[in-house]
Design a binder for this molecule. Structure first.
Ligand code: UDX
Ligand code: ADP
Length: 463
C-alpha cells in the first residue's frame, strides 16, 4: 500500500516531534496532527516557530521547514481520521487518579475515546498505530472497540512504541537505536506492518527496524523504561551508601560503567528521576504483575519507585538538616524546575516534590528555570493538592533572571542539569547570598573544589 496520508491524534511531547520528523523525512506524505486542545494547536500554528508549545532542541527548525508543506496542525479530528490511511494514537495515558487501579494502572479513557471516534468516522480500511505507552493488551481493547462499533471496515492495529527521550527527541527520532513495530501474524497484519516499515524506511536503515507480535512490542516499551529507571534507582541507592562511607558515587559509576557488560549510560546519581514515563510505566508494570498474581515480580519492580521517592525525600531532608534543622522563612533558590535539561516538561519533576517538602517546613522558594513559566510551577504544586493555591502562591516565586533569584538566599538547590548553570558567575552569586551560603547540587554538575574555594558550603549527591 502506498501511504500518502497520515494523521496523529495528540499533539503533545510524543505526537508533535514524531510527526514533525516523519513529515520532514517523507515530503511525499501529508501528515496532519490533531488535538482537542485548541490552544495547543494554535501554538503549533503560531507564525513565530519559537512559540510552538514544546521546547526541544532542533524542533522549531523542522517545523519551520515542513509546516504548511506537508505538516499540518488542526483541531478537526474527524476530517483527519477520515482522510488518513494510517492513524497514530499519541494521546496521554496518565496513571489513574480514581477507582480500580488508582495510583497504579494507566488511565485509558483518552485512548478509548480515540478508538470510538475512529470507529465512528472511518469509511475505509485503516491502520491504527499505538504510539502512547500502554499496558500490554491495550491493542486488543482498541481492536475490540473498533471491530464492534465501526462501519464494517477493516482495522489493523499496530504497536509502535516511542523511545525518544525529551531534550534529545529530534536526535533520537532522526537516528533511532531501533524502530519497533508489533503487529498481527495474519496476512493483513503483515501488510500493515510493511506499510509502516515503508514510512520509516525513508530514513531509518532496514537493520534497525524490528518487527514482533503486538504484545512483545507493547511489553518491550514498559521493560525498556523499567530497566532504565532501575539503573538510576540502583546508582541512587549506592549514592546514600557512598555518603556514609566516604566513597564518591561519580567515581563508582565511572568504574562500573567501564565494564562493557554494564556500560556507562544512565548511571548518573541524581535527586531522583522524573518525567512522564518512568514512574507511570513501572506502576503499570507492577499493576499488571499483581493482576496476574505475580507478587514477587510486582514487589521487585515497585522497589525502583520506592527508592526514587526516598531519594527525593532524602534531598529535602538534607537541606533542612544542614540549615540547622529549620528552613522556616528562609529563602531557598531552585535552579531548574524541568525534570531534565533541554525540555520545558515538568511532569513528575523531582523539583515539585522537593519544593512541596520544603514549603511544608515553611520555606520560601524562589525558582529560576530557563524554559518553565511561573504559571507552570504553580500549576504543578497545585496539582499535588497539599495546600490551597493561595498558600502555594505565597510560598513560591519565579524569576526570569538567575542572579535575582539567588539574591539574599540562604541556600541554592540545583534540581535540573541545565548547561547554563555551570557558566554562571558563582562568585557574584555567593556575594549576594546570606552567609554561610549553601549549595545543594542535586545533579552533581558544579565543581565542588571551585565552589568551596569561593566559600560555599557544598553538598552534592553521593559524596
Ligand atoms: C524516557 C526514556 O529514556 C525514553 O526512551 C522513553 O521513550 C520515555 O522515557 P525521558 O523521560 O524523556 O525518556 O528522559 P530520560 O532521559 O530517560 O530521563 C528520565 C529521568 O531520569 C530524568 O529526570 C533524568 O534527569 C533522570 N536521569 C537520567 C538520572 O537521574 N540519571 C541518569 O543517569 C539518567
Ligand atoms: P505525551 O507526552 O504522551 O505526548 P501529552 O500530554 O504531551 O502526552 O500529549 C497528549 C495530547 O493528546 C494532549 O495535547 C491532549 O489534548 C491530546 N488528546 C487527548 N485525548 C484526545 C482525543 N480524544 N482527541 C484528540 N486529542 C486528544
Amino acid at each position: 500500500m502506498k501511504i500518502t496520508k497520515i494523521c496523529c491524534i495528540g499533539a503533545g511531547y510524543v505526537g508533535g516531534p514524531t510527526m514533525a520528523v516523519i513529515a520532514q523525512k517523507c515530503p511525499q506524505i501529508e501528515v496532519t496532527v490533531v488535538d482537542l486542545n485548541a490552544e495547543r494547536i494554535a501554538a503549533w500554528n503560531d507564525a513565530d516557530v519559537d512559540n510552538i508549545p514544546i521546547y526541544e532542541p532542533g524542533l522549531a527548525d523542522i517545523v519551520a521547514e515542513a509546516r504548511g508543506r506537508n505538516l499540518f496542525f488542526s483541531t478537526d479530528v474527524e476530517k483527519a481520521i477520515d482522510e488518513a490511511q494510517i492513524i497514530f494514537i499519541s494521546v496521554n495515558t496518565p496513571t489513574k487518579t480514581y477507582g480500580k487501579g488508582k495510583g497504579m494502572a494507566a488511565d485509558l479513557k483518552f485512548i478509548e475515546l480515540c478508538a470510538r471516534q475512529i470507529a465512528s468516522v472511518a469509511k475505509d480500511n485503516k491502520i491504527v498505530v499505538e504510539k502512547s505507552t500502554l499496558p500490554v493488551r491495550t491493542a486488543e481493547a482498541i481492536k475490540s472497540i473498533l471491530d464492534n462499533t465501526g462501519n464494517g471496515v477493516q482495522f489493523q492495529i499496530l504497536s509502535n512504541p516511542e523511545f525518544l527521550a525529551e531534550g534529545t527527541a529530534v536526535q533520537d527520532l532522526l537516528q533511532p537505536d531501533r524502530i519497533l513495530i508489533g503487529g498481527d501474524a495474519s496476512a493483513e497484519g503483515q501488510h500493515a506492518i510493511a506499510a509502516l516499515v515503508g514510512v520509516y524506511s525513508n530514513w531509518v536503515p532496514a537493520d534497525k527496524i524490528l518487527t514482533t507480535n503486538v504484545w512483545s512490542s507493547e511489553l518491550s516499551k514498559l521493560t525498556a523504561n523499567a530497566f532504565l529507571a532501575q539503573r538510576i534507582s540502583s546508582i541512587n541507592a549506592m549514592s546514600e551508601l557512598c555518603e556514609k562511607t566516604g566513597a564518591d558515587v561519580n567515581e563508582v559509576a565511572k568504574a562500573i560503567g567501564m565494564d562493557s557488560r554494564i556500560g556507562p549510560k544512565f548511571l548518573k546519581a541524581s535527586v531522583g528521576f522524573g518525567g512522564s514515563c518512568f514512574q507511570k510505566d513501572i506502576l503499570n508494570l507492577v499493576y499488571i504483575a499483581k493482576s496476574y498474581g505475580l507478587h514477587e515480580v510486582a514487589d521487585y519492580w515497585e522497589q525502583v519507585i520506592i527508592m526514587n521517592d526516598h531519594q527525593k525525600r532524602r534531598f529535602s531532608n538534607t537541606i533542612v538538616r544542614t540549615l540547622y534543622n529549620t528552613v522556616a522563612d528562609k529563602k531557598i533558590t531552585f535552579l531548574g524546575w524541568a525534570f531534565k535539561k533541554d525540555t520545558n516538561d515538568t511532569r513528575e519533576s523531582a523539583a515539585i516534590y522537593v519544593a512541596d517538602d520544603l514549603i511544608n517546613e515553611q520555606a520560601q522558594i524562589a525558582v529560576y528555570d530557563p524554559k518553565v513559566s511561573r504559571k507552570k510551577v504553580l500549576a504543578d504544586l497545585d496539582y499535588l493538592e497539599s495546600r490551597t493555591a493561595a498558600a502555594n502562591a505565597n510560598s513560591i516565586v519565579s524569576f526570569e533572571n538567575p542572579y535575582e533569584a539567588c539574591e539574599k538566599a540562604h541556600a541554592i538547590a540545583v534540581l535540573t542539569e541545565w548547561d547554563e548553570f555551570v557558566t554562571y558567575d558563582w562568585k557574584k552569586i555567593y556575594d549576594s547570598m546570606q552567609k554561610p551560603a549553601f549549595v545543594f547540587d542535586g545533579r552533581n554538575i558544579l565543581d565542588r573544589g571551585e565552589m568551596e574555594a569561593i566559600g560555599f558550603v557544598y553538598q552534592g549527591i553521593g559524596a
